[in-house]
Write a protein that binds this ligand. Structure first.
Ligand SMILES: Nc1ncnc2c1ncn2[C@@H]1O[C@H](COP(=O)(O)OP(=O)(O)OP(=O)(O)O)[C@@H](O)[C@H]1O
Length: 208
């Protein structure tokens, strides 16, 4: 237990396994209000596994993970979770329900506008490009002000420059109001955006 002001999560020697096998060395890091933490590492180094544990979607294999009581978490995985047969509007409603984000129709409309998807709102999602699918999946961030901790797996994937700018602005606003983000990305950090703290994942047995 800890009562350090602004601390949202702390991992100590946290261990992640897939298929009964350790995916990375034990991890220790903290997440504070206003912070962005960028998980870095090679393909297969365990970023997705660690993000899922941090979000509470998988159990740690050992070590200690503390989260501040009542910290709301929003997890957006690498897969977009977009349903081809639903319209964009219906998809975002669905994603909001899935994440228990309690969004009114007006909020969903505003989110679609914010992410440049309004003109296509009645179209089935099957007609979307990869980048537009990514935007639709990320539009739920606009509905998640109340979730203090955002856990995002490769959120920049497939976004164009305009989409990257929308996401960077969304992250900035989240951090200014006291939220925090833990994310993975294989891409260079967008130029002009404040670079986040970095945490590198190393193979099991390696020196951190
Ligand atoms: N369902 C699974 N069962 C067993 N092993 C898995 C499973 N999913 C992933 N793994 C393995 O766990 C390790 C970590 O995978 P993970 O997806 O967490 O890495 P990552 O750093 O996110 O990779 P990438 O950069 O390629 O997205 C890899 O060796 C991967 O092959």
């Amino acid at each position: 237990m800890t009562s350090e002001p602004g601390l949202l999560a702390r991992a100590r020697e946290l261990r992640c396994e897939r298929g009964g096998r350790a995916v990375c060395a034990p991890q220790s890091f903290s997440v504070r209000a206003g912070q962005a933490l960028w998980l870095r590492g090679r393909n297969g180094s365990g970023k997705t596994s660690l993000l899922r544990v941090l979000a509470g979607l998988a159990a740690p294999a050992g070590g200690d993970l503390w989260r501040a009581p009542h910290t709301g978490i929003l997890y957006a995985g690498h897969q977009n979770a977009v349903k081809d047969d639903l319209s964009l509007f219906e998809n975002l409603q669905f994603l909001a329900q899935l994440g228990q984000l309690h969004a009114a129709d007006a909020d969903v409309q505003a989110a679609l506008r914010h992410w440049g998807l309004w003109a296509s709102r009645h179209r089935p999602a099957r007609m979307l490009s990869q980048g537009l699918r990514r935007r639709l999946s990320l539009a739920r961030l606009s509905l998640a002000d109340q979730r203090a901790l955002w856990v995002l797996d490769e959120p920049f994937d497939a976004l164009d420059d305009d989409g990257v700018a929308v996401l960077v602005a969304q992250l900035y606003a989240h951090h200014v109001r006291g939220g925090a983000t833990v994310l993975s990305s294989h891409l260079s950090w967008p130029s002009g955006a404040a670079e986040p703290d970095q945490h590198w994942l190393h193979p099991p047995g390696a020196q951190a």
